[in-house]
Structures are given as C-alpha cells and as structure tokens.
Ligand binder design. Structure first.
Ligand code: G3P
Ligand code: CA
Length: 267
C-alpha cells in the first residue's frame, strides 16, 4: 500500500478511487469497491442519496437510468428519480449489466451494506452527500448509519472518513451534528470567501482545471475546525501527466477513475 502515497513538495499525495474503480467495475457498487481494494486503493469516493421510503443508497446520478435497467423494469416511472423509488423497487434493478454482462447481479447498495464491505476491506471513505437539498435531513441520517457501523468511533473518524459535498450548508450541518467528522467542500470558492468556510470545512476539493499553485497556497494558509491546515484534493484526474502536474502544484490528494494508474504516475 505504500505505493499509494508518495513524496511531493507538500509531503504525500493521497489517491482516491472515484466511485470505486469505475473503469474496471460498475461505479458505486460493491464490486467496484472490491476491485478498488484488489488494486490496492486505500481510499474510495462514493455518493449517497435517499430512496422514497427513506433508505440511504450509494449512487451518483439523481436518476436511475444511466447505471441501472430502471426504464426496462419500470417503463412508466419517468423521470426515474432515485427519490421516487422504494428500496425494494431499487433492489430489483440490475446495476451492473450496463457496464458488462459479468456484473449483471450487481445491485445498488445501501449505505449500510457499503460500510459493512469497507469494514471488511479496511478501506477509507470520502463520502459525498449528493444533491442534499433533495433529501432534507440526510446529514443526520448518514451520520446515524456511519455511527451504527462504527465509523464515528475515535480511530475511524480521525483517520478513515471525510464527508464532502458541493453544498456548504450540508457540511455546516454535518459539522454541527458531529464536530469530530472531517468535511470537504467541493468546488473552488473565491479566495475572499474561503475564510468563512474554515468554521466547518477541513478540505477544499476543486475540479483539477481550477487548481493553481497560488490557489493551493492560499487554501493551505488556512486552518480548519480541527486546527489543521486545510487540504486540497483535485478531481477527476485520470492521466499521468496531469497527476504529476497536480502533485507538483502541491495538492494533498487526487480523486481518480484510474487510481492504480495515478498511483504509479505519482509514485
Ligand atoms: O470527488 C469529486 C467528484 O466526485 C465530484 O463530482 O459528479 O463525480 O460526484 P461527481
Ligand atoms: Ca462524487
């Protein structure tokens, strides 16, 4: 695993498997995490949303159409929003065949199933609250599942978990509910606004095209709610030369669809 972290001018670069290992197995499925684990990826990034009957599920899009066969199984349920289907309905869907026939038995996992698997593989989790404005209370509910699975225990919360979102409001709520949990603000807020986020955000995670050395330096000059300097994790970087450039700029982490290749590139 030491290959995954490598010296740069700021210390180490952490590599995150974006939605698991999505070039090798269907994104945001248990198979994707198993594949990422087999490839030696220490950190995975995944997205959480909520079903109509209030269950948390791991899926990226707010509709079911791209990554499941929902249109075929429920032809009259347009626009196939995740939040319009019960968990029992979602569990009927094939979440793997779109990627490859050998994955036809993959299902959309619940967050609980996801955490059970991570507890077995030992991987760490960067969990995105996806479109939290669609799911009022999802911050508290997510923390409840994480707590039940042992992830708010002191060792886990310090070393193995970050909750990120494009929604600053959701991160503020997360921090208020569980101050020990580290949070990451997705996007690249203007420098003048950064200070305000340090009350609740430990990381600023921008699209890599927005990253410059001076932006990273400005973020690094700030300390987050735990008294540690803010981190910067860039996404989504899939080629070696961009990864090397980002490492040279001083990013703390790289979120990638090809985590194994990026590890080799910056290793
Ligand atoms: O981790 C960054 C990235 O996941 C944010 O974009 O659309 O892939 O969730 P998206
Ligand atoms: Ca995401």
């Amino acid at each position: 695993h030491s290959r995954l972290e490598t010296a740069t001018r700021t210390g180490t670069v952490t590599v995150f498997g974006h939605r698991g290992a999505p070039t090798r197995a269907p994104e945001n499925t248990l198979a994707s995490v198993r594949k990422a684990s087999a490839l030696g990826t220490k950190w995975v990034e995944n997205d959480v949303q909520r079903t109509k009957d209030g269950k948390l599920v791991v899926i990226h899009d707010t509709t079911l159409t791209r990554t499941t066969n929902a249109k075929k199984i429920f032809p009259n349920r347009a626009p196939w929003n995740v939040g319009d289907f019960t968990l029992a309905e979602i569990k009927k869907l094939d979440a793997g065949s779109w990627f490859g026939k050998e994955y036809r038995n993959e299902r959309v996992p619940t967050l609980g199933q996801y955490m059970d698997l991570l507890n077995r593989t030992g991987q760490k989790l960067l969990l995105e609250l996806k479109q939290p404005q669609l799911y009022p209370g999802i911050e508290q509910q997510t923390l409840g599942v994480l707590r039940a699975k042992g992830w708010l225990d002191s060792g886990h919360v310090r070393d193995k978990l970050v909750i990120q979102s494009f929604s600053a409001a959701a991160l503020r709520t997360t921090h208020r509910l569980s101050p020990a949990v580290r949070t990451g603000l997705l996007g690249s807020p203007a420098l003048g606004t950064l200070k305000a986020y340090t009350a609740f955000a430990d990381e600023v995670n921008p699209r890599y095209t927005a990253v410059t050395p001076s932006y990273i330096d400005a973020v690094h000059r700030l300390k987050g709610p735990h008294g540690i300097r803010l981190k910067v994790n860039a996404w989504t970087v899939d080629d070696a030369s961009t990864a090397a450039r980002m490492a040279g700029f001083g990013v703390d982490g790289i979120i990638s669809n090809r985590p194994q290749a990026i590890c080799e590139a910056v290793g």
